[in-house]
Write a protein that binds this ligand. Structure first.
Ligand code: HXC
Length: 508
């Protein structure tokens, strides 16, 4: 008994040291925390319960039988974040570069299975050189086992990936199939093949940072939803973010007390729309003045800035916000913004999060670049996502709602539950000048001006749409929060089901 206790303590101490003090020092020297230190920041103090600490790899090739580390490069288990259960795995770069062996994969699969069984989110802290090269196909199999679980868990429990080191090969595909990815600036990278391979195959010379750093992936590719300054900031952001998420698709959104009155009026919104239709204003202000305590967790702020997505709360309950941003490209819908918002709408729908949409959109972006890169298919993603969503949908048109973009942005026709318009709303096929230049082509400047005025008088308002019932009510901007709060109360027991199908066929 006492011998076993001594052995247990010995193994526990060994596990805590990962790949050894020298490698821990190297990790710290790069500004990175160790796998265990990260879990200490992520989880409530003392809440972590580890599993599989004694697991070791079974590889005997390349002298691996003499190199064993308890835990085999990944710390797994469960804990809580502000009291709510979460399953976690944290890869240990000090053990074979956090690379994934068959046993390492088995540990990750075990926590994923446990999370699915009880309906709890999974957070993965990724810091891995990919498949454990010494293990060959065994590690590839391990990856596939993880991928399979990522897919089965998708839409059942939220999955969040934090990328906290160089992640290559298989180490990027598992995060890519999770719901959200946060990266750490200057120390995390994601690529299928690293700079060396790129150079060999394509002759391109590129740094890790340029190829797959946090800035690249949160601005250019949108692989990452957020780029944080360092490990601590990323882990604290993950804690805040977690508080918005339901535990599973069977759970309601989390609710927390709010000191912000549900019927707070916001008079400053009555003057936020500039006098000229071409002048921008910041839609963030509208969002922040609407949600509880002005707290808005924005995702992908550096990518597709013409649409804003993120989570807020009304009466303490999570809402997903989608909003056109007039400050960027006049809020137009293009490929990036359509893809960005579509995936977010689908996440909200999968996890019973009501969607509040603020609309100020001049239409789809014209041009060969957009057309040749498939705006038809990408724009259709957002249309499809809104149309299939059955969660409560509340829409507020603040200014422009032109053309197809009017239809797309959670319109009444796509089963919007409550569609409001501010008095400044303009709901039409297109802007007055463009419309007149098409239907009255050939007229002189005076004629065009007169017809433009006539078109504006007729359509630059919310009343034509309201007279058809496409808008439920024209509301004062200052009452927006109150209206949304009332609407969400009403819709809390909403029931709506799509026809039975195996799954849909969203234009991917
Ligand atoms: C085994 C690995 C490893 C791996 C790193 N190490 N990657 N061991 N398998 N895949 C070990 C190193 O030998 C080293 O061990 C320690 O981890 C740290 O690695 P360094 O290279 O010293 O660190 P760094 O300079 O920071 O570079 C990190 C790195 C680089 C960019 C991740 O190590 C790298 O390029 N690794 C290989 C990446 C790769 O090609 N992976 C396979 C992808 S294929 P010591 O003992 O010195 O501490 C794949 C297939 C799945 O994943 C596909 C599914 C779709």
């Amino acid at each position: 008994m006492s011998a076993n206790i001594a052995e247990m303590e010995k193994r526990r101490s060994a596990a805590k040291l990962g790949g050894g003090q020298k490698r821990i020092d190297a990790q710290h020297a790069k500004g990175k925390l160790t796998a265990r230190e990260r879990l200490d920041v992520l989880l409530d103090e003392g809440s972590f319960e580890e599993m599989d600490l004694y697991v070791e790899h079974d590889c005997v090739d390349f002298g691996m039988q003499d190199q064993k580390f308890p835990g085999d490069g990944v710390v797994t288990g469960s804990g809580t974040i502000n009291g709510r259960l979460v399953y976690v795995f944290s890869q240990d770069f000090t053990v074979f570069g956090g690379s994934l062996s068959a046993r390492h994969a088995q540990k990750i699969c075990k926590v994923m299975d446990a999370a699915l069984k009880v309906g709890a989110p999974v957070i993965g802290l990724n810091d891995s050189g990919g498949a454990r090269i010494q293990e060959g196909v065994a590690s590839l199999g391990g990856y596939a086992d993880v991928f399979q679980r990522n897919v089965l868990a998708s839409g059942v429990v939220p999955q969040l990936s934090l990328i906290m080191g160089p992640c290559a090969g298989g180490a990027v595909y598992s995060p890519a199939m999770t719901d959200f990815i946060f990266m750490v600036k200057d120390s995390s990278y994601m690529f299928v093949t690293g700079p060396e391979v790129v150079k060999t195959v394509t002759n391109e010379v590129v740094t890790q940072e340029e190829l797959g750093g946090a800035i690249t992936h949160s601005s250019k590719t949108s692989v990452s939803d957020l780029a944080l300054e360092n490990d601590i900031e990323a882990l604290l952001a993950a804690r805040d973010f977690f508080d918005f998420l339901p535990s599973s698709n069977r759970d309601d959104v989390p609710e927390r007390p709010s000191a912000d009155a549900w019927d707070r009026l916001e008079p400053s919104l009555d003057t936020i729309i500039p006098p000229s239709a071409n002048q921008p204003y910041d839609m963030h202000e509208v969002i922040r003045k609407t949600v509880d305590e002005g707290e808005f967790f924005e995702l992908q702020p550096q990518h597709g800035g013409n649409i804003i997505i993120g989570f807020g709360r009304i009466e303490g309950r999570t809402i997903g916000v989608v909003a056109n941003q007039p400050m960027v490209l006049a809020g137009v819908l293009d490929i990036n913004s359509s893809r960005k918002a579509a995936r977010f709408v689908r996440f909200c729908d999968a996890f019973n999060i009501p969607i509040v949409t603020f609309v100020d959109v001049p239409g789809f972006l014209p041009g060969t670049d957009q057309e040749h890169n498939g705006i038809i298919k990408h724009g259709a993603k957002l249309l499809f996502a809104y149309a299939e969503a059955t969660v409560p949908k509340i829409t507020v048109i603040t200014r422009k709602a032109y053309g197809g973009a009017y239809d797309v942005m959670s319109s009444k026709h796509l089963r919007g539950d409550l569609n409001y318009a501010w008095p400044t709303a303009e709901i039409a096929v297109m802007g007055a000048k463009g419309a007149v230049e098409i239907i009255f082509r050939g007229q002189d400047a005076d004629g065009i001006a007169a017809k433009t005025k006539e078109y504006e008088d007729r359509f630059a308002n919310p009343f034509v749409a309201a007279s058809r019932g496409y808008i439920d009510e024209v509301i004062y901007p200052h009452s927006t929060r109150r209206r949304i709060a009332l609407g969400l109360r009403k819709l809390r027991n909403k029931e709506l089901e799509n026809p039975w199908k195996k799954h849909d066929n969203i234009p991917l």
